[in-house]
Design a protein around this ligand. Structure first.
Ligand SMILES: *[C@@H]1O[C@H](CO)[C@@H](O)[C@H](O)[C@H]1NC(C)=O
Ligand SMILES: *[C@@H]1O[C@H](CO)[C@@H](O)[C@H](O)[C@H]1NC(C)=O
Ligand SMILES: *[C@@H]1O[C@H](CO)[C@@H](O)[C@H](O)[C@H]1NC(C)=O
Ligand SMILES: *[C@@H]1O[C@H](CO)[C@@H](O)[C@H](O)[C@H]1NC(C)=O
Ligand SMILES: *[C@@H]1O[C@H](CO)[C@@H](O)[C@H](O)[C@H]1NC(C)=O
Length: 283
């Protein structure tokens, strides 16, 4: 019984030796419209292999190379003609080239190399669609006073990442798998270059916000806020200063006329300033 078990194990080892299935699936990423060449490693193989390419694991045979007889055959009408006029073979390297690739050519390609031994390699081909330039719109109410809302969107792409950048810093990002997606950004005002980037693992497209039609520029705001802040400070110090003087004046020369007029001047000045200030905040 034990002997048989050992024998069985030995047989298993022999089988593994003869049929080497390289379990690792090689990942290949390609842009739609590009060509991709799948290259099996023949470095430790004799130059007389029979090489068979299948689409999908154990799927239809799409190409065959007999290195011993120098025969090449491309069977590009299976499974449904999607490979028609797109396949190229190199009988020396055993490589398969798929030209003008589309998303329907994505999937696992299996190559079986047979001579004295048999080796199987797999390639997992991922085809990425061309990315559209993202579109940026403002969805804040026109002449909005408190904030500016920018919405970046892409349509008809899947499995992409949509990100907002301010200069080179990432502000926010979403990974999207839907066909139509958007990512919004809420800003006080536009003070730097903002950009929206749509990306997949091999490509990206960028759209910049450089239009102050979309948002009020911060330079306006800064000027406005700084100016009125300065005015407010000035007014407060003037008020405090003058009030002190007024009190002193009131205390010392209460009987003098004209104080009331001065006070009214002061009041008017203060009110005007406050009015300016609230205007700024409302812009
Ligand atoms: C590539 O494939 C697309 C879709 O099948 C086709 O419309 C286009 O004409 C092809 N381009 C070339 C250069 O063969
Ligand atoms: C092929 O790659 C895709 C995308 O990376 C992955 O989702 C899929 O599971 C892979 N398939 C195999 C058989 O490795
Ligand atoms: C926005 O402000 C501009 C200039 O102040 C003005 O011409 C325009 O009519 C305003 N738009 C709306 C929708 O209020
Ligand atoms: C966009 O792609 C370029 C070149 O492919 C790369 O240098 C850059 O870092 C990418 N940008 C982003 C935000 O992914
Ligand atoms: C942004 O600026 C670049 C160059 O400065 C210009 O080519 C592009 O048309 C501008 N885009 C918008 C939306 O104004």
């Amino acid at each position: 019984m034990f002997d048989r078990l050992v024998l069985f194990c030995l047989c298993c080892c022999c089988l593994v030796g003869v049929f080497a299935d390289s379990n690792a699936v090689k990942s290949v990423s390609v842009m739609e419209g590009d060509s991709v060449t799948l290259n099996p490693d023949l470095s430790d193989k004799p130059p007389d292999n029979l090489i068979m390419w299948n689409f999908k694991t154990n799927g239809p045979l799409i190409a065959k190379i007999n290195q011993a007889t120098n025969d090449i055959s491309i069977i590009d009408d299976v499974p449904d003609g999607r490979f028609r006029d797109r396949l190229k073979l190199d009988h020396q390297t055993g490589s398969l080239t798929i030209t003008n690739i589309t998303t329907e050519h994505a999937g696992v390609y299996q190559v079986t190399i047979s001579s004295k031994t048999k080796t199987v390699y797999r390639f997992n081909v991922t085809v990425y669609a061309h990315l559209p330039v993202p579109v940026i719109i403002s969805d804040s109410p026109q002449n909005s006073s408190s904030y500016c809302s920018l919405v970046c969107s892409v349509v008809n792409v899947c499995h992409v990442t949509l990100s907002w950048y301010k200069g080179n810093s990432l502000l926010s990002s979403i990974s999207v798998s839907d066909l139509s997606n958007s990512l919004s950004l809420r800003l006080e005002c536009l003070d730097d270059s903002y950009s929206c980037v749509v990306s997949n693992p091999i490509n990206n497209r960028t759209e910049n916000v450089n239009s102050t039609d979309l948002c009020r520029p911060c330079s306006d705001c800064a000027f406005c806020c700084h100016a009125s802040e300065a005015l407010a400070r000035l007014a407060v110090s003037v008020l405090v200063g003058v009030a002190t003087v007024a009190i002193v004046v009131y205390d010392i020369i209460t009987s003098r006329k004209g104080v009331n007029e001065r006070r009214r001047d002061l009041l008017i000045q203060y009110k005007t300033t406050v009015h300016d200030n609230s205007n700024c905040k409302a812009i």
